[in-house]
Design a binder for this molecule. Structure first.
Ligand code: TLP
Length: 359
């Protein structure tokens, strides 16, 4: 299979390739064994990201999923429960690892495009009672992936976290796309993060690094996280090569994220103007566009297959729902070409044998 299956790949912002300058930074990275002692480039990245998020310490991790799952494991004990939004990544896309690996249960609350309000959470804390799990943690996701990149309103975040802390609950943010939220709102990563006991961020989404995430929090939490990372098999040796890509991304690719948001709005305008397609939700706030396909045009998987024939990569995220994600490997010209392909794809005959995988 070609390493670039689509001329315009909008399946995810995880598909980006490291730029020449990023590869250069990676090639030049000073490295060490980060398991038996220290890798200097990893140290540099951890200090930088802890500082950017206003926390005492950070730990570099191989993936966003591992970062979230280690956070949940540290905040909870077996028999505990965390509260999260029904459509969030931790609940939908991480194989319930909190249950498989840490003996923790999830309690879901359905938001509007992934956005929760504190009033929905009041009354959900379980009473001290031998029959019940113990409510221990609230997890939020910002921006919200399946909510089409929706930004949690800052006021909601403050209120939810205040309520959680007043009730002795911990708070964790899945901030895989926190940089997009910061770019779109002008509210710094630090201000978002100060509401939470721990935050996970990804360097391999909108920032365009090939690998890596970080967990940030107190020194004590990060000390425990280092131990849990070893348990989960995520401790890596000369990993400064990867950290250098993440550092490069952090310093050079944050300022351009609003270009991706503009591109997403252009795609959204075309979808609004195309018969049989409708945005769901209608508002596009960052780099993710999710839309519904009228059954007359076939299933989402059919239409994804037709877009693929025209060189545009997309993901079916429901029987009738498709997702586009914009990123630094797609420029304005390609966005215009993708808009033309959307209009062409809906007029291609529906071939029910052509189906793309559903996520
Ligand atoms: N999301 C991926 C897929 O897993 C769906 C994508 O293409 O969007 N939190 C959020 C909000 C995410 O969107 C993702 C990845 C993760 C965590 C997990 O990151 P990785 O893939 O590094 O484990």
């Amino acid at each position: 299979m070609s390493s670039t299956p689509f001329a315009i790949d909008l399946r995810s912002d995880t598909v980006t390739k490291p730029t020449r300058a990023m590869r250069q930074a990676m090639a030049n990275a000073e490295v060490g064994d980060d398991v038996i002692c220290v890798d200097p480039t990893v140290e540099q990245l951890q200090t930088r990201i802890a500082d950017l998020l206003g926390k005492e310490a950070a730990l570099f991790m191989p993936s966003g999923s591992m970062t979230n799952q280690i956070a949940i494991r540290l905040h909870c004990r077996p028999g505990d429960e965390f509260i999260c939004e029904t459509d969030c990544h931790v609940f939908n896309y991480e194989q319930a690892a909190y249950a498989q690996l840490s003996g923790v249960a999830a309690r879901t609350v359905t938001g509007v495009a992934g956005v929760l309000h504190v009033d929905q959470l009041r009354g959900l804390i379980r009473p001290e009672n031998d029959h019940q799990v113990r409510t221990r943690l609230v997890c939020l996701e910002n921006t919200h992936n399946r909510g089409a990149g929706a930004i949690q309103p800052f006021e909601n975040v403050v209120q939810i976290c205040q309520w959680a802390h007043e009730n002795d609950l911990r708070t964790h943010l899945d901030g895989a796309r926190l940089f997009n939220a910061a770019a779109a709102t002008g509210i710094s990563e630090k201000r978002w993060a100060e509401n939470f006991d721990s935050v996970s961020v990804c360097f391999s989404k909108g920032l365009g690094a090939p690998v890596g995430s970080a967990l940030v929090g107190s020194k004590e939490l990060i000390k425990q996280a280092r131990r849990a990372r070893k348990l989960f098999g995520g401790a890596m040796r000369q990993v400064g090569i990867l950290a250098a890509g993440a550092l490069y991304a952090l310093e050079n690719h944050r300022d351009r994220l609003n270009d991706d948001h503009d591109h997403a709005r252009i795609l959204a305008d075309t979808i609004r103007a195309t018969d049989g397609l409708s945005l769901d939700p209608d508002r596009v706030q960052t780099n993710i566009v999710i839309f519904r396909v009228d059954p007359e045009l076939g299933t989402a998987s059919n239409l994804v297959a037709r877009l693929g024939q025209l060189g545009v990569g997309a993901l079916a995220v429901g029987p009738q729902k498709i997702r586009f994600v914009t990123h630094l490997d797609v420029n304005r010209q390609q966005i215009d070409a993708a808009c033309a392909a959307i209009q062409d794809a809906v007029s291609l005959p529906v071939d029910t044998k052509q189906v793309a995988a559903q996520y």
